[in-house]
Design a protein around this ligand. Sequence first.
Ligand code: PMV
Length: 336
Amino acid sequence: MRKESELSLKMKATAIAPASIALIKYWGKRDDRLRLPLNPSVSMNLSACLTTTTVEFATGHRHDQVEMIGEEISEKEIARVKDHLNWIRKLGKSRLSAKVVTKNSFPKSSGIASSASGFAALTVAATAALGLRLPERKLSTMARIGSGSACRSIPDGFVEWKEGNTTGSSFAYSLYPPDWWDICDLLLIVSPGGKKVSSTAGMAEAWTSPFFEARLENIKDRIKKVKKALKQKNFILLGETTEEEAVNLHAVMMTQKPPLFYWNEGTMEIILAVCEWRNQGLPVYFTIDAGPNVHLITEGKNEKEVRGRIRSLKNVKDAIVNKPAKGAVLAENHLF
Ligand code: PMV
């Protein structure tokens, strides 16, 4: 049999994957290279925050090429994509170079961690292009190596990432499908541009916070509460636990050395407004990842009311309305 390098080969696939909002957040790793987390996390896939990626392995490509439609991509980001392609080539026993083209459905200004949807889409497209038929668990494991939270963008709907202690035991799986519960995530943009300190750099210093150990001790209890809330569709329990978790995470971030202050004036305006709206009887809660933008969580039946109230907030520049979404899928329309 001839080697793949001697044949004229072209193998191409495209995948679409969602970003997610973490209800219980991942912050801190036990293994940096394999991205094994120190705690389990739970998230919901976001229907309006998607990455589409086409990967083509071909004998004609002399080296890996990576392009992002409509956005700049840094050398560091390109290097991370190439590293991930190396893991996948190793798995597929291939030496072919790849062309990767990717685009996001959400603006860069949203500050959403596109690495989750990006590495999930890259993993599904690249493994399919190499003809690997991997089960969901293996795809989740591979995506995790590219970016921790990407493992949660593989399964459908509401997802739990079991922390595990080996690469094979640290993967995400679906707790409930997207149509399980009509939850709405309103992502409010208060600050344009990406975050100043990446989550990878930020979480490397998590252990310097005097509150980090306490966070890890409490988190199992919060995971239980969120899972119970999802099971029983108990919105108050879901909202209270999600909000408490976000504030707990940011207390750790703000007390790390050096401290990480992701919030700004707009973040604070929303937090105070949400507390006030709740006092007035509207069930809406907030959560915040590694940036200033705020996700409002409410039930579908209250979406219109919350959207109406957002108009009074002076620092909100844009709002992206998300519903629970399915995980990464292969798509037929290639980007090139
Ligand atoms: O996977 P990363 O490196 O983008 O880290 C994600 C960190 C948070 O968004 C803050 C929390 C989470 O679980 O998504």
